[in-house]
Design a binder for this molecule. Structure first.
Ligand code: UT7
Length: 341
């Protein structure tokens, strides 16, 4: 028998979420934008969304979600903090060290992962790698976005979709055959299509040009229709690869399907391509909108709290977003304690 040690798996041991208290309804938006409640509901599936109050930053959301995930895991700490975000508090430094400090974890390794709406899955793969390598024995992975801070309030194509929130999981070292163990995370990217989703100004390309940004270039832009098509294709394809990696031959082996809440029509299209029936699909886009990197983590936390996602459910996760970047993974959901908001 080989004496080689098996690398530890990352096992989900705690979960939490935080949505800021202020709610914006579709009717609130129609008061200032050329849109309608009927258009937003039928084209996106969104009825309302949570948004930050003036002065709130991503770290404020992240700390709340992180605190809940730590408490859900039994109140211990974490040996590292990974923060997936599109909207760091500042361009430099990373926001994760500040979040770690505010959570009483000063001194632990802490860094940001930047992968827009697939940030939670990129963060999950990164965190699992930290654990598998023996670098740390536990990771607090937080996905948080104050997405409305980069949205042009006058752009009806994005202002009706994006919103704010944070979700978090505590990962601890464990065995690959335990419920909650994170297996292979299928990841991919296509930078040739980076222009479909971008904030044109504020980075080194624009700053080094010596040319002042055009008005509005500091805002997020998305070519919606083209993005939609890639979102369906990539989430379907990576879901199939994740199912195969998990040895689940048939998509019906998945008891629950949790996808980045980009647009209800996208979620329906991906689930239909995969043949996953309605009652197995988790969704909260109707009242959360698209919260960027946070979306999948918020969905998982909320479904766990509501009991629609339970211990033993074989769960397929997938996400897609700017980069372009996407991912998927499949795992057996663990028994988790949840805390009320
Ligand atoms: O999270 C990261 C990944 N994100 C995504 O995957 C999002 C992908 N895209 C989408 O969700 C959808 O493309 C949108 C919701 C952004 C747009 O929906 P759509 O059905 O693709 O609409 P469209 O862009 O094809 O536009 C159809 C029409 C246009 O008018 P004309 O040119 O036909 O006269 C738009 O100007 O709808 C118009 N429109 C609106 N009308 C009322 C666009 N936004 C709005 C709006 N209210 N808010």
């Amino acid at each position: 028998m080989s004496g080689a040690a098996t690398a530890p798996a990352a096992v989900i041991a705690g979960i939490g979420r935080y949505l800021p208290p202020d709610v914006v309804t579709n009717d609130d938006l129609t008061a200032r934008l050329d849109t309608s409640d009927a258009w937003i509901r039928s084209r996106t599936g969104i009825a309302s969304r949570h948004v930050i109050a003036p002065g709130t930053a991503t770290s404020d959301l992240a700390v709340e979600a992180g605190r809940r995930a730590l408490a859900s895991a039994g109140g211990g700490g974490a040996e590292a903090v990974v923060l997936a975000t599109t909207t760091p508090d500042q361009p430099c430094p990373a926001t994760a060290p500040l979040v770690a400090d505010r959570l009483g974890l000063r001194g632990v390794p802490a860094f940001d992962v930047s992968s827009v709406c697939s940030g939670f899955l990129y963060g999950l793969a990164t965190s699992a790698g930290l654990i598998a390598s023996g670098t740390v024995g536990s990771v607090l992975l937080i996905a948080a976005d104050a997405f409305t801070t980069i949205i042009d309030p006058a752009d009806r194509g994005t202002a009706v979709i994006f919103a704010d929130g944070a979700g978090a999981v505590l990962l601890r070292a464990g065995r690959a055959d335990e419920p909650g163990a994170v297996g292979r995370v299928v990841l991919g990217s296509d930078g040739s299509l980076g222009g479909l989703i971008e904030v044109p100004a504020g980075g080194s390309r624009q700053r080094s040009s010596g040319v002042a940004p055009e008005p509005g270039d500091e805002f997020f832009r998305m070519r919606g229709r083209e993005t939609f098509r890639h979102a369906v294709g990539r989430m379907t394809e990576s879901s199939r690869a994740a199912l195969a990696a998990a040895g689940w031959e048939d998509p019906l082996d998945a008891d629950r399907f949790a996808a980045h809440q980009a647009n209800a029509r996208i979620l329906t299209a991906v689930a239909e391509e995969l043949g996953i029936p309605q009652e197995r699909r988790l969704s909260n886009i109707e009242w959360t909108g698209n919260t960027g990197a946070a979306s999948l983590a918020v969905l998982l936390a909320e479904a766990t709290e509501r009991g629609t996602l339970r211990a033993g459910h074989r769960t397929l996760l997938t996400a897609f977003g700017g980069g372009l970047a996407w991912g998927a993974t499949a795992l057996v959901w663990p028994e988790l304690k949840t805390l009320d908001d």
